[in-house]
Design a protein around this ligand. Sequence first.
Ligand SMILES: *Cc1c(COP(=O)(O)O)cnc(C)c1O
Length: 360
Amino acid sequence: MARVYNFSAGPAVLPEEVLKEAAAEMMDYQGCGMSVMEMSHRSKVYDKIIKDAEADLRDLLNIPDNYKVLFVQGGASLIFASVPMNLMKNKKAGYIITGQWAKKAYQEAKIYGEAVELASSADETFSYIPDCSDLDIADDLDYVYICENNTIYGTKFAELPNTKGKILVSDVSSCFLSEPIDVTKYGMLYAGVQKNVGPSGVQVIIIREDLITDDVLPCTPTMMKFKTHSDNDSLYNTPPCYGIYICGKVFKWLKNMGGLEAMKKYNEEKAAILYDFLDQSELFKGTVRKEDRSLMNVPFITGDADLDAKFVKEAKEAGLENLKGHRSVGGMRASIYNAMPKEGVEALVAFMKKFEEENK
Ligand SMILES: *Cc1c(COP(=O)(O)O)cnc(C)c1O
């Protein structure tokens, strides 16, 4: 068995301990004679799996009692629609456009009401986070929406926007559980777990209870009403059972690692290894304004598309996989999520040094 260092942006690297545990439990989950994939979501055994997952997540993020945790399907992209359907009471919301995912959410919201662009960094290929300390926020906005960590461009909000009292809705897909956050600053946050937490197919929504109502846009499908999932503890219909089980294992792994404070420290150490190298390299260059750099996704370029392609190819041969940048940015991108060990980042930087020597 040869594992590579996998720098994929998502689906992405998962902790080896979790994969091994899942493998060991594949044929017979804790003596019940079947795989988690094969059991009823209404069974006692599964009920414990989903309840434990929620409890561990609440522990990790210190989620207050007046926030609900929902496990839903459909991809983060479906939540782009659920947000306006459930939260646009005045049919008007503000969007901060910091990349493709924010833009897609904004465009989706326009189907259901008036989506207002509050700020954007499109003018410089989303390489920075706009100043959001004093935005022009109309009184009748239902919420302010952000994509907190921009997976494609490698930027992250170092500070949350000043929403002037409006509800903040945040897509945290690619920074979920990478560091502690104050949940009370959000009306709702959500993540597709395939970036930093689990396999694709599960979205975690954390939402303040008073925002879950029957007052949704007409024609909102039952499955897209937050209330449906909230009223049924995420078991209205068959949930993505196996994915939730893996997420639960990752939550336990994070607790064993020391929780999110420890994870943040580890992630900062890992990112510093790569950014420090980029800052002194004569060949490679980071593409993001320093103060807006993500700890999770690190895009970089040589400035020469052929050389970039050569780098990606040779890196792959050296066991460093999925370093090609997103098709809209080019160059390279190293996603160094929670489960990427420090040794992986060190191996990447050692390879970059060698490549720089050979190609300068
Ligand atoms: C990947 C990603 C999405 C889209 O996720 P899907 O589950 O594929 O719909 C949305 N937002 C962010 C920040 C992402 O990284």
